[in-house]
Ligand binder design. Structure first.
Ligand code: BG6
Length: 446
């Protein structure tokens, strides 16, 4: 029986860790998905006891699940260790290495370093890793998005990380790819060949990907003021969803083949057209971030075009916003239908109420030739009632433990997406032109 991995978390007290990582680790340990001898090391600048961290785990789980199983919590307790580390201090990395080596006493363990810290903080950490030899073959680096700020900074980060780690050790997280319905997208395309001949601009008028959120920025002021909707969701989540929707199907389901298809697709997207881009900011945002001149967008909508012959003429729309009326993430494929105003839309409901729907037109019963719009609807909740739900972060962690990079973004993909967005990033930077206000709870800027 191989030994469980060691999962080292930078930023264990941060927001992401509390909302997603700690509950995911609790679930995986409780359900026995991670072996009992798994080690979780929480790194913090300030002294933090394992007991304090355990109380945080309990609170986070209670908030999410409403119950916290004592047996599950005991498993977390048995795995959990805290370690104080100042990212700038070389000696702290030596002591971290000593701790990790001590776990290897009776056998080799995979080491996952989960960087739940802003990309701007990576440089000293990675350099110290290499200096003390924490970048060996048993180490995997899990990096949170956004990977960079623009083309130049993303390239710098790629260079920095690639200096000391192999691409096979680097896991650039995009948790949307780990959502059940997003994974199903590729499986759907592969296993329902009736759609294959229709998958081109000859039949598809428009592809519209929406990720609307009801929540605002949830207190992440510093992060959001440097990010905005375009960088936060479009550059990563929506571009990834787009590529698995439209890319050429990979030759097989290997991680290499999937990455190659995605990269090929992304590299052929044309630079985004500024004239067709819209941005908005919800009312009250400037007070919330205490910056009366903030030009950061909380809503963005862009149109893209693809240069491959297969997609010439298909309009691609990516849209996201915070503080909107409804939380919905969906991908709508609008098929051309010369006879009807309403198209045969195929919709992938990524969340909530996950499923797939196909809009059809049928004749109403009777003598008149009246048409009726209806749909074929598949919902996970109906078809797979008793199957367990796997959260995206649980999937991210398990795939990284298993060494499967399929659901992570490669360096080339990340660079290609920044290239596409750069013209809009440049134009929107520090300028207020066309920044449209919208009310919280509305459908976004008019
Ligand atoms: C994160 C963004 O990547 O995704 C957040 O930084 C956003 O701003 C979140 O709220 C949405 O994730 P989910 O899984 O709740 O749709």
């Amino acid at each position: 029986m191989p030994h469980g991995p060691v999962i080292v978390v930078f930023g264990i007290t941060g927001d992401l860790s509390k909302r997603k990582l700690l509950p995911a680790l609790y679930h995986l340990l409780r359900q026995g998905e991670l072996p009992e001898d798994t080690k979780v090391v929480g790194l913090s600048r300030r002294p933090l006891s394992a007991e304090d961290l355990l109380s945080t785990v309990e609170l986070c789980v209670l908030e999410q699940d409403k119950v916290c199983d004592p047996v599950g919590l005991a498993r977390v307790r048995a795995s959990l260790q805290t370690h104080q580390l100042d990212p700038e201090n070389a000696a702290d990395y030596q002591s971290l290495k000593k701790l990790l080596d001590s776990y290897d006493g009776n056998g080799h363990r995979e080491r996952l370093f989960y960087m739940s810290v802003p990309a701007a903080a990576y440089a000293p950490i990675i350099q110290h890793f290499a200096a003390v030899g924490l970048n060996g073959p048993q180490s995997r680096l899990l990096l949170e998005k956004p990977f960079g700020y623009d083309v130049a900074s993303a390239q710098e980060l790629v260079n920095l990380v690639n200096q000391d780690f192999q691409e096979s050790q680097i896991y650039r997280i995009d948790h949307y790819l780990a959502k059940e319905t997003a994974q199903n997208l590729l499986a759907f395309r592969m296993h329902n060949p009736i759609f294959s001949p229709l998958w081109s601009a000859s039949h598809i008028q428009r592809v519209h990907i929406t990720a609307n959120e009801t929540i605002g920025i949830e207190g992440r002021v510093a992060f959001y003021e440097q990010t905005g909707a375009l960088r936060d969701l479009i550059q990563s989540h929506l571009m990834q969803l787009l590529s698995i929707t439209l890319m050429d199907l990979p030759s097989d389901m290997s991680s290499e083949a999937i990455h190659l298809s995605k990269q090929h697709f992304m590299e052929q997207l044309k630079p985004a057209d500024l004239r067709k881009a819209t941005r908005g900011q919800y009312s009250g945002y400037r007070d919330e971030v205490n910056n009366p001149h903030s030009t950061i967008e909380t809503y963005a909508r862009i149109h893209l075009e693809h240069s491959a012959e297969r997609w010439q003429g298909t309009d691609i729309i990516l849209e996201t916003g915070k503080g909107l009326a409804e939380k919905t993430t969906e991908i709508t494929i609008e098929f051309k239908n010369p006879h009807e105003r309403r198209r045969n839309n195929l919709t992938f409901h990524i969340q909530p109420n996950e499923g797939i729907g196909l809009d059809l037109v049928v004749k109403e019963p009777g003598f008149a030739n009246h048409m009726h719009h209806t749909s074929l609807d598949f919902r996970y909740a109906d078809t797979f009632k008793d199957m367990p739900h796997v959260d995206a972060y649980e999937r991210v962690l398990m795939d990284a433990v298993r060494g499967d990079q399929s659901l992570f973004a490669s360096d080339r993909e990340v660079l290609a997406t920044w290239e596409v967005l750069q013209p809009i990033l440049d134009a929107w930077q520090g300028s207020e032109t066309d920044l449209k206000p919208y009310e919280l709870g509305s459908d976004g800027p008019s």
